[in-house]
Design a binder for this molecule. Structure first.
Ligand SMILES: Cc1ncc(COP(=O)(O)O)c(C=O)c1O
Length: 482
């Protein structure tokens, strides 16, 4: 028995590292053939994991087996067939970065603790700012996700536009915006009635005339409108709000414009996205989610703010016991001064490493591929009898439903979704559009290519036709009168 059991020897570290990497490598290797969902027995596995803390240790191999079976018994969000919600693939190179970052365990909350490490993260944030042509004074932080970024955006806008007394402040977002935009308002201290949902137009984009009318009515009622959150890709359908027009309105009315680009943001690197997001470069702040369209593992969001001083003004609180480590701000930002967090992981590496290793062109090409795959699926379903595809996709989401010749379409599509997902080759999710139950396909993962989307089209169509045929055959025969 060694003196310090918590510190493995070099030999042990190497052996454990090799075992852990083998698990990840096999998992990634098997992704194309693995079922997209395997929840049979998942609850039994979960039940077996409820236990009190052990007094003595278990072998590393046994523990990895537990992790592997737990991961297997789940919806496999990493594979090429996961097309539900907003997929996140998880780059292997990012996973390695996490291992390295945690192994080095450097402190990045204050730049003075590890200036070059903090700079790596600051450089990564700068690349995100460059993606939107943000000026030199822009600043940002990597967050745990888009929800945290949207929350910090509201706090920043609140401080910038209302300062201490924000009791009469009102913020606006579209009825199609992600729930985190609304939640951010509530958590930032605004009552429900002050978080206004602007109606969307037929293309499910924010109706700017309705926004203007709501702002005018609130002003007339003595309230203080201060912020608009536009969406650069809604979760429901990927619709992109008219950002330039909303921006003009915001500037003319002294309102903070935040853009939730958690889903769509990185598409700005593509020619299509550059046109679609026209005006985003003038937004006061932007939420991004690198764990979506930059393919890094879950746990990485970002908020970038055009005038970085505003972000700092909303988040910086000094403390005497940190005085030795301050003073680098002019050269390298201390992230704790720009966010809620003080201590946190070195999360910049999970983005810096893959971008340096693969180059931005690899990401841009992958996003162009997703746009082309979406167009293929859209054309395919649109041209198939019985399918309704209400919107031409702005980004990479196709929402559709099958309208059966008889019976309730909503109920039919509920069963259709179930049947499609039972294929275990693709996994889709649903939403409600215009009061109708619709199924959605969202193509974001770096692992999803033409073969899977072609297969998806086949699965969807044959599931719809088979289900309709089955239901027709099993329908009760109408009684003959007389
Ligand atoms: C448009 C949009 N905004 C915000 C979020 C919230 O991001 P997160 O889940 O990373 O907190 C999502 C998540 O899907 C999203 O699609």
């Amino acid at each position: 028995m060694r003196d310090h059991p918590l510190e493995p020897s070099t030999f042990e570290m190497r052996a454990m590292g090799a075992t852990a990497l083998a698990l990840v490598e096999e998992f990634i290797r098997d992704l194309p053939d693995a079922p997209v969902a395997d929840l049979d027995g998942a609850m039994e596995v979960a039940d077996s994991l409820r236990e009190s803390a052990p007094e003595h240790g278990t072998s590393f191999e046994t523990l990895l087996d537990t992790v592997a079976i737990s991961a297997k018994k789940s919806i496999n969000g990493s594979g090429p067939g996961f097309l539900a919600y907003i997929p996140g693939g998880g780059l292997y190179t990012s996973a390695l970065a996490d291992l390295i970052a945690a192994g080095l365990n450097r402190y990045v909350g204050l730049a003075g603790m590890a200036p070059a490490i903090a700079q790596i993260e600051a450089t990564t944030v700068r690349w995100l700012c460059d993606m939107f042509d943000y000026p030199e004074q822009a600043r940002g932080v990597l967050t745990s996700g888009g929800s945290m970024a949207n929350f910090s955006a509201v706090v920043t806008a609140r401080k910038a536009k209302l300062d201490e007394d924000f009791s009469t402040g009102v913020l606006y977002t579209s009825a199609q915006a992600h729930a985190s935009c609304v939640k951010a308002g509530y958590l930032a201290g605004f009552p429900k009635a002050r978080v206004r949902l602007v109606p969307a137009d037929d293309a499910l984009r924010m109706d700017v005339a309705a926004l203007a009318a709501m702002v005018a009515a609130d002003r007339a009622a003595g309230l203080r409108p201060f912020m608009i959150t536009a969406s650069a890709g809604t979760t429901n359908t990927g619709s992109v709000d008219p950002i330039a027009r909303i921006g003009d309105f915001a500037r003319a009315n002294d309102l903070w414009l935040h853009v939730d680009a958690a889903y769509g943001g990185p598409f700005r690197m593509t020619d299509h996205g550059r046109t679609l997001f026209h005006g985003i470069e003038l937004a006061d702040s932007i939420t991004l989610d690198p764990h979506k369209a930059l393919f890094v593992p879950y746990g990485t969001g970002a908020l970038i703010v055009r005038d970085g001083a505003r972000l700092r003004a909303a988040h910086h609180v000094s403390a005497d016991y940190l005085q030795d480590l301050t003073g680098l701000e002019e050269q390298i930002p201390s992230f704790s001064e720009y966010s809620m967090e003080l201590s946190r992981d070195f999360r910049g590496l999970r983005l810096w490493l893959p971008i340096k290793l693969h180059g931005m062109a690899a990401f841009r090409d992958a996003l162009d591929e997703k746009l082309a795959l979406t167009r293929y699926l859209y054309d395919n379903l649109t041209g198939t009898p019985g399918f309704e595809v209400p919107l031409e996709p702005d980004l990479t989401t196709v929402a559709f439903r099958y309208v059966p010749q008889h019976g309730d379409a909503d109920e039919f599509n509920r069963r259709l979704l179930h049947r499609i997902n039972a294929s275990k080759r693709i996994f889709l999710s649903s939403t409600i559009l215009d009061g109708n139950f619709v199924i959605r396909v969202c193509i974001v993962s770096h692992r999803t290519h033409f073969d899977r989307i072609e297969e998806a089209a086949r699965i969807i169509k044959s599931a719809a036709y088979d289900l309709e045929r089955y239901e027709r055959m099993s329908a009760p025969v109408a009684a003959v009168p007389g």
